[in-house]
Design a protein around this ligand. Structure first.
Ligand SMILES: Cc1cc2nc3c(=O)[nH]c(=O)nc-3n(C[C@H](O)[C@H](O)[C@H](O)COP(=O)(O)OP(=O)(O)OC[C@H]3O[C@@H](n4cnc5c(N)ncnc54)[C@H](O)[C@@H]3O)c2cc1C
Length: 526
């Protein structure tokens, strides 16, 4: 069994592998200075979290059950399980604010031990925050503390096995604590892949993907994570739930959907059965250029509705094309007009060749101009690098954050314009970039990146800008989140999307599965 440690723990004040932390590349420095000015803004030295506020005799009970090595209260472990990795989370960590640190980190080693932790939490009224990779960007890892005997982080890092593979049905059973690369390596040894590659892939986990209904960069080909899930096992305060007895079913409403996206508020996911595919023989990326975002978006819609999607499909708007076309170390070195589309193809050599020919013919007929392989290959090389650049920008006093939504094709233009205007009004002088990705026959996701001078009160300024963007999103009839989930940040907007009856259904499910409210209080359920 895994001992619960990872080869690389994320930096407590930055994104990702501490060894990959870098200063802003020279080329980008000039551009950033010109746009925003450079203000040296180093992080405060790592602070100590407040002393654990839980009665130690309660933790001793847990130690007797899990073993002392798996109930931890040291500063370093608690610091690493404090909040997620949104820009506000990073700003607080950089400022030395660890007030949301859990009182203890507990690492159960089996489904039964997860259930035992929940029983203990119910008995003593302790809040439990399930913790996967810690990459939440919506406040999903900050539980309400008031009224509880303490807050523990339930770290799933010891549940990291591939439990079973069914090569005939093409399914695999994975434990929730596996990070993306670990899960892919275990599957690759069997000639298989999940094909789920969000930008947080290197650190996020299988359980987290399910609990947030994550969507990866190759969602056009492999599908969003929830569409890959065939079955689930969940530990709840009311008992064990196993779902997914058949590939499809008419046995009432699909209860798997209650736990997909439940963000630790209804139970702890302890096993995920996923649909898998053969490892691709061929991976080919290419770029296409469009005169405008509208023209490119219409082409994406046409591909989706013709059933001719590549595996990866993303279209940058004019600003993102000009700024982000080059690799991060070359930003400022070149710029381009129009809009860049990246199309990636994966599969057998035959299938990739056939799909490329069909997609290429359609895109050419629609007015697209082939831009060769380099833009696609550069995108793939740098696909996990942007979050490191965000830290380098924070170091020079520039606030960078992202937000996302999805909407129907008929509202795409209006939603894009409304969110952009809201952000530009709330943050004068901000640079707002957008790309379209996660494409469906009926619509698409819009993913915005915002850069602005951090100024004196970056948290307050971002809170106001994000609220303005959320208001614009709901006013335009789009979803409050396509793949980042609700957490505590989007919770005040959820009722606009699901209405009073929807809210009361969520509350009723919560009351039934978690009657004393110990699971991730303050997250998801309004
Ligand atoms: C730089 C960056 C890039 C990102 N890119 C993407 C992207 O491309 N696509 C995308 O979809 N998301 C993206 N995200 C968001 C984030 O990575 C996803 O939400 C991810 O699915 C969370 O997985 P995790 O293992 O880190 O979960 P955590 O952050 O640990 O937890 C997320 C939520 O799920 C709950 N949870 C975790 N594990 C379980 C479990 N086993 N049972 C029950 N509840 C659980 C937690 O309590 C919490 O509420 C990005 C985030 C960052 C910081």
């Amino acid at each position: 069994m895994n001992d619960g440690t990872w080869k690389v723990e994320m930096h407590p004040q930055r994104w990702g592998d501490p060894a990959r932390a870098e200063a802003l590349p020279e080329g980008a420095r000039g551009l950033v200075e010109l746009a925003f000015g450079l203000v040296d803004s180093p992080a405060a030295p790592p602070a100590s979290p407040p002393a654990p506020g839980i009665d130690v005799t309660l933790l001793d009970e847990l130690r007797a059950r899990l073993g002392a090595a798996h109930v931890l209260t040291d500063d370093e472990t608690r610091r690493l399980r404090t909040r997620g990795k949104s820009t506000p989370d990073l700003l607080r960590a950089r400022g030395g604010d660890l007030t949301d640190a859990p009182d203890a980190v507990v690492r159960p080693g089996s489904h039964d031990e997860v259930a035992a932790v929940l029983a203990w939490a119910v008995e003593h009224h302790v809040a439990v925050v399930p913790f996967g990779g810690g990459t939440s960007v919506t406040g999903g890892l900050v539980a309400r503390r008031e009224g509880y005997a303490g807050v523990v982080s339930l770290d799933l890092a010891r549940l990291r096995r591939l439990l079973a593979v069914d090569h005939t049905s093409m399914t695999a059973v994975l434990e929730p604590g596996l990070r993306g690369p670990e899960a892919e390596a275990l599957l690759a040894a069997q000639g298989l892949t999940l094909g789920h590659h969000p930008q947080s892939f290197e650190f996020a986990t299988i359980g987290g993907f399910a609990a947030t209904r994550s969507s990866g960069q190759a969602s056009a080909g492999y599908g969003r994570f929830d569409s890959l899930v065939v079955g689930l096992r969940v530990a709840t305060p009311r008992g064990d739930v196993r779902l997914g007895a058949a590939p499809a079913s008419a046995a009432g409403p699909d209860l798997r959907q209650l736990f997909l996206g439940s963000e630790g508020a209804f139970g702890v996911i302890t096993e995920v059965t996923v649909r898998v595919r053969p490892l691709p023989e061929v991976v080919h990326d290419e770029g296409w250029r469009w005169p405008s975002f509208d023209a490119g978006a219409e082409a994406v819609r046409t591909l989706a509705q013709a059933g001719l999607l590549p595996t990866v499909l993303r279209l940058s708007d004019e600003t993102e094309t000009a700024i982000g076309l080059a690799r991060p170390d070359e930003i400022g070195g070149q710029s381009a007009s129009g809009c860049l589309m990246v199309a990636g193809f994966e599969g057998t050599a035959e299938a990739v060749a056939a799909r490329r020919t069909a997609v290429g013919a359609l895109l050419t007929a629609l007015g697209g101009e082939p831009a060769g392989e380099e833009p696609g290959e550069a995108w793939r090389r740098g696909r996990y690098d942007a979050p490191y650049l965000r830290d380098a920008m924070l170091d020079v006093g520039v606030l960078v954050e992202t937000l996302e939504t999805a909407t129907f094709w008929s509202r795409r233009g209006a939603t894009y314009a409304a969110v952009r205007a809201a952000l530009e009004t709330a943050l004068p002088g901000a640079l707002v970039l957008c790309h379209l990705s996660h494409v469906y026959e009926t619509g698409c996701s819009l993913y915005f990146t915002v850069a602005a001078p951090a100024g004196d009160a970056p948290l307050e300024r971002w809170r106001a800008a994000k609220a303005a963007a959320n208001d614009a999103i709901v006013a335009s009839g789009a979803t409050i989140t396509h793949h980042h989930a609700v957490g505590s940040d989007h919770r005040p907007w959820l009722h606009h999307e699901i209405g009073d009856v929807g809210v009361s259904v969520l509350r009723a499910v919560k009351a039934d599965l978690d009657p004393t409210g110990v699971l991730n209080p303050g997250v998801l359920v309004p």
